[in-house]
Design a binder for this molecule. Structure first.
Ligand SMILES: Cc1ncc(COP(=O)(O)O)c(C=O)c1O
Length: 370
């Protein structure tokens, strides 16, 4: 190899060096290796996955499909698109699919976010919005939450002529909080015409009555809603999510995606999962019970928490980084929240009843509660 005075760092697009790195939940095998644990006895309550596993209907469909995987996928996700079109009562051209809803949000960046644009978001909103904004060299305008909840009035006031996109998660991760449907509709209606509202509905299926923005989309408001198969459908590893919006907007998002961005196995799994109502119902019940279990434990032990409508909850434990480590020693992986400025909190994904019991026992021991 010839000597060179030029390194990759000299060549890299300067903004890449400033790009923050997303820290995912730690995988079970990694924690087991680090702490000398048996992976089978280690539990992960760190990434808001479904503790019941994947939708059984999705798994059955995938098993049947595997021999077809020598063919490229249908880049247009035709079958899934038709199923969703029927489910939502929207035209099939109103959907866009991604390798997780994460990718749909990135496609929004590709299509709409340019250097010099401002992107309005909650200060402790899901971190991806900030990462995508910075990736496209735009300016994140972060509006502090009030009572852990998005302050829609302040977000409205933060909008300028340079605002291109507003991100609103409904509910938010990591806080598990929600603005009421009426407030969200009022906010959407108050936005000027040059602003695109992105409503991230990753956890909407856990809600009794999520906000319905389809009438506003149909009325011509610039709104993109995103959803995922990673949460209630239990398909996080397949990586598939989607957005719905006007057909005009979906066509633009489709222009900037890679031709085969969603693999065929994920498409088959997602399509079958949409018909797995029993699983969705069981997942919702499991989550409701788990939230109650964790709320009761926190209340009985005098631990503060942020009431959540998602499949996770913020719990105040003191030194979050330290307790995170102590829990790992006990075979329980949760998520420290220092990156969000909540260094005294842990975000705990809701598990099965027995996983929650393990978490509670580990927390009691780590915090020396009796
Ligand atoms: C609020 C929110 N939006 C989007 C995502 C991305 O999910 P996925 O890319 O798996 O669809 C997550 C994942 O945790 C999330 O919490």
């Amino acid at each position: 190899m010839p000597e060179s005075d030029i390194s990759y760092n000299d060549l890299v697009t300067p903004s890449v060096l400033k790009q923050p790195i997303y820290e995912p939940g730690k995988p079970i095998d990694l924690v087991a290796r680090e702490f000398g644990l048996n992976p089978d006895e280690t539990i992960k309550l760190a990434s808001n996955e479904n503790p019941l596993g994947a939708s059984p209907k999705a798994l059955a469909a995938v098993k049947e499909f595997l021999e077809e995987t020598y063919l490229y996928p249908d880049g247009g996700c035709y079958v899934l698109r038709q199923t969703l079109s029927r489910k939502y009562g929207l035209a099939s051209e109103q959907f866009v699919f991604g390798n997780g809803s994460n990718e749909v949000i990135e496609l929004i960046g590709h299509a709409f976010i340019q250097p010099g644009d401002e992107v309005v978001m909650g200060e402790q909103a899901f971190i991806l919005y900030k990462l995508i904004t910075l990736l496209f060299q735009a300016t994140p305008v972060e509006v502090p939450l009030v009572d852990f909840t998005h302050d829609l009035k302040a977000m409205r006031e933060a909008i300028t002529d340079r605002t291109k996109v507003v991100f609103l998660p409904s509910p938010n991760n990591p806080t598990g909080t929600l603005n009421s449907p009426d407030e969200v509709v009022e906010f959407a209606e108050s936005l000027p015409d040059h602003v695109i509202l992105v409503v991230d509905e990753a956890y909407a299926e856990f809600l009794e009555s999520p906000v319905d923005l389809r009438p506003l989309i149909e009325a011509g408001r610039k709104i993109i809603c995103t959803r995922t198969f990673s949460k209630i459908y239990g398909l996080a590893g397949f990586r598939i999510g989607y957005g719905y919006c006007s057909a005009e907007c979906a066509a633009l998002l489709n222009r900037v995606r890679e031709p085969f961005n969603v693999n065929s196995v994920a498409q088959v799994a997602a399509n079958a999962a949409l018909g797995d109502e029993d699983f969705v119902e069981a997942s919702r019940r499991c989550n409701d019970r788990g939230l109650q279990q964790l709320v009761k434990f926190c209340s009985d032990s005098g631990l503060s928490f942020v009431p959540s409508v998602g499949n996770f909850m913020l719990v105040k434990v003191g030194n979050g980084a330290e307790v995170f480590k102590e829990l790992q020693k006990r075979g329980v992986i949760v998520r420290p929240m220092g990156g969000y400025g909540f260094s005294e909190y842990l975000r705990i994904s809701i598990g099965t009843q027995s996983e929650n019991e393990r978490l509670i026992a580990a927390l009691q021991s780590a915090l020396l509660l009796s």
